[in-house]
Design a protein around this ligand. Structure first.
Ligand code: FAD
Length: 430
């Protein structure tokens, strides 16, 4: 039987897993991976701070699906059923990479070294003689228009013609795993979007996601390094929808960052955020405390320490530098005696600690986003196979598609899942 020729563009998480899935489900395939970099897997190696956050330990399917801003229905209908976080965990352990679960349910290699994950694929591809074309960027792709004389000198008919910076190739199946256009220095420069458009696909307007923001106010600089582990942040989008996220936040010299902000940024990927059109976020520094609880807490401390200066009393509750900023915003003297703080001032402080603290966002931090939100329209891709509904034999998944996670923790899981499905589907086709 003639081998089916599968061309995969991009040696990222998605490209690797497609090839691995294909090899698991079928042996009669000639696989070529084209990667424009000379280095392996730049993004997977930097994910999770170099430790590679392989997947999540979250087991409840419904909750898991809420972690995807776009594409949760698409993922939930098939990919995350057949390659669930549990299956993913077992698959990597079955490939001799011991994994561990951290308190926040993120899963990492026990070694804390992302290279162990890369090794799984390197080993597999070495065993199966997968042809990896490093330093070979794909310049264009086109659909078959009759027999073509290819790099091996033989005239053949295949579905796709692939033109690289070195040669020309034909393939029966084409898998586009070029990622988005975030962290472009790793090679993800958005080339796949034009390949998809060539084959008749619609690309929704792209937007950065999982990024930090610059603030108009300068006070975050004074508390740079102060973080709150259980903060809630909220914003009202231009269509009037209110979005709220609860995760840690960190104030920095430029504004605000960390998971709650990344999560909010995912909702804001299509919002204009600029000096002319700023966005406002409201902050509750501790999601577990209401205004009433805060007021009670402050009142009780002031009664106990009525002779002390206000700032000293608040230090019992909050980081020192934050107290200074808080009192500055509230325009209350830090050295006023607790007994002399008025009821209104007490209420004002309680309000600022629970939702009345706001920041004006004037820009996304340039080049900071972890992923590209939106992409190839999901209506045009079969969720059970990842095959294009516009062009038979063409497959897409993960970041190039209109799917993205609410924090970066869930991205790789879906990357593996969608490509597991794609590889399996190509294997089934004859
Ligand atoms: C700093 C950072 C940290 C992250 N941390 C996490 C985390 O902790 N957990 C998590 O789940 N996710 C994390 N992510 C997100 C996750 O890493 C990505 O969503 C995922 O790696 C994307 O995989 P991909 O295979 O779709 O694309 P990519 O990894 O972007 O791979 C695409 C590949 O295609 C190649 N390519 C592009 N165009 C061409 C072309 N024309 N010809 C040939 N090759 C081409 C590129 O060189 C690249 O190697 C992080 C991302 C970043 C940037």
């Amino acid at each position: 039987m003639q081998k089916k020729v599968v061309a995969i563009i991009g040696w990222g998480a998605a490209g690797m897993m497609t090839a691995a899935s294909l090899l698991t489900h079928e042996t009669n395939a000639e696989i070529h991976i084209f990667e424009k970099n000379s280095k392996l897997w730049a993004k997977v190696l930097i994910s999770g701070g170099g430790r590679c956050n392989v997947t999540t330990w979250l087991r409840d399917k419904k909750t898991l699906l809420t972690k995807y801003i776009h594409g949760s229905k698409f993922l939930g209908s098939h990919a995350l059923k057949v390659f669930s976080p549990k299956k993913c965990f077992d698959w990597f352990q079955g490939q001799w990479v011991p994994l561990k679960v951290e308190d926040d349910l993120r899963v990492f290699p026990v070694s804390n070294d992302g290279k162990d994950i890369v090794w799984v694929f390197e080993k597999l591809f070495h065993q199966h003689h997968v042809d990896i074309h490093f330093n070979e960027g794909v310049d264009s792709i086109s659909l078959r228009h009759g027999p073509i004389v290819c790099n091996d000198g033989c005239p053949r008919e295949k579905n796709f013609l692939i033109v690289t910076n070195k040669s020309m190739y034909q393939a029966d199946y084409l898998v586009v795993t070029t990622g988005g256009n975030a962290y472009a220095h790793t090679g993800s420069t958005g080339d796949g979007y034009s390949f998809a458009a060539t084959c008749g696909h619609t690309i929704t307007p792209l937007g950065p996601s999982l990024n930090s923001f610059l603030s108009k106010e300068s006070w975050p600089e004074n508390i740079s390094g102060v973080s709150f582990p259980q903060a809630s942040v909220s914003t009202t989008l231009s269509d009037g929808t209110v979005k709220k996220e609860t995760w840690p936040i960190l104030f920095t010299h430029f504004g605000i960052t960390w998971p709650a902000i990344f999560a909010l940024s995912a909702h804001m990927s299509q919002e204009k955020v600029s000096k002319k059109e700023p966005a406002t976020i409201c902050i509750n520094i501790d999601a577990h405390k209401s205004f009433e609880q805060r007021e009670k807490e402050i009142f009780s401390l002031m009664q106990q320490h009525e002779k002390k200066e206000l700032k000293t009393v608040l230090w019992l509750l909050l980081p020192k530098r934050f107290v200074e900023t808080l009192l500055h915003i509230a325009d209350i003297s830090p050295i006023v005696q607790a007994a002399h703080v008025s009821k209104e001032q007490r209420k004002q402080l309680a309000h600022l600690l629970s939702w009345k603290l706001s920041l004006t966002l004037i820009a996304r931090r340039p080049g900071d986003e972890f992923v590209t939100s939106w992409g190839v329209s999901l209506d045009e891709v079969n969720p059970s196979t990842m095959e294009s509904q516009r062009c038979s034999g063409l497959y897409f998944a993960w970041e190039i598609l209109n799917i993205d996670g609410v924090t970066w923790w869930f991205n790789l899981q879906s990357s593996w899942a969608t490509w597991w499905v794609a590889g399996k589907s190509i294997a089934k086709n004859n």
